[in-house]
Design a protein around this ligand. Sequence first.
Ligand code: SF4
Length: 397
Amino acid sequence: MRCLLVQPDYYTRYPPLGLLKLSSYYKSQAHATELVRGCVVPSWKPDRIHVTSLFSWAWRPVWRAVRYFKALYPDAELWLGGIYASLLPDHARLSGADNVWVGLFPEAEDLMPDYDLVPEWDGSIIFASRGCIRQCGFCAVPKLEGKPNRLKHGVRDLIYPKHTKVIFFDNNILGNVNWRAVFDELIELGLKVDFNQGLDARLMTDEVAEKISKIKMPVVRLAYDSIGIGPYVEKAIKHLTDYGMRKRDIIIYTLYNYADDPEDFFHRVRDILNWGATSYPMRYEPLCSLEKSRYVAPKWDCQRLERVMDARRVIGYAGSFPPYKALVEKLNRANSFDEAFNLRPKMKKVSKLQRGSLMEMARQDRVVGSRKKYYFPAGRRYLDWREVLRPQALIAK
Ligand code: SF4
């Protein structure tokens, strides 16, 4: 059988892990696979087509892909899976797919992804666990994956031999009772590691920080989602810096537009910058939202949400707020969200001088912090797998 694996044309920096695992599964059954991105003509006529999906708001490119391939190959059985399909299966069925797959495909879950389909991609993407010990209301993980499960004792077998880095997609690896064994293995392997989804600040201890200091980890990501966990975040930063981590290389996801209000967000960003770490604002989107950036939480309004976006662009760097001296001072001088993030009138009034010095600091920081280029979440400077996908797969034949 010939299986065509399709990643629709939405933005993502990562290759489609689920499809790569499916490819391994099919190849183990002596079937042939081909991976394409977007609506292109593959090398051969498939018998079966798998289309994946990501966030629910990115459903349009998914529908386009389903309709395109269904029209091109009406006899092939078309399956639609992935996050959007799992969260909104009824909506996904309207796309025209023959079948909608909800959740993971257990037979493929523990297989080494077929990285031969993306030969220039250099990082092994791994789940050492699924699920989470917590139940944060804004998060899809408890809904999709439940309590911790599929806990691994080691990940060595899931690292592709040609890869130079390991990217963990675990949502809460420190909630995996086997985390010590996994960290020890990473120390031994000496590869560059990114815990992409962040580490739970409430579980950061001296022992964790000590092990992290022995792993090649250019940045550590934590989250400061509500004001109540501030003391844990501060303590986690202290543990990490006690073991040599540079403060500004600690990136703190800062949720907003959920149950918080602008003042709460302002205080959290200010806390983070005063602790010397970098704040990375994350705008809340309802789990099953079909439109991105439309949701406005009860305590927010459109103007203030826009101010956050503007501030990230104007005084931030790659969408984050690093602890630039001028930025810390600006936030410390402000008495409210509006004073801190109301940029436009101040920028006009203030002056090229002040703006110039902020920009200069940003420039200097960029030079100093240039090693972050592979890890900053919002930067689009990264190597993108679309640029490295085997070119012939993209050429219409
Ligand atoms: S700790 Fe993280 S992964 Fe777990 S439920 Fe909360 S946000 Fe989701």
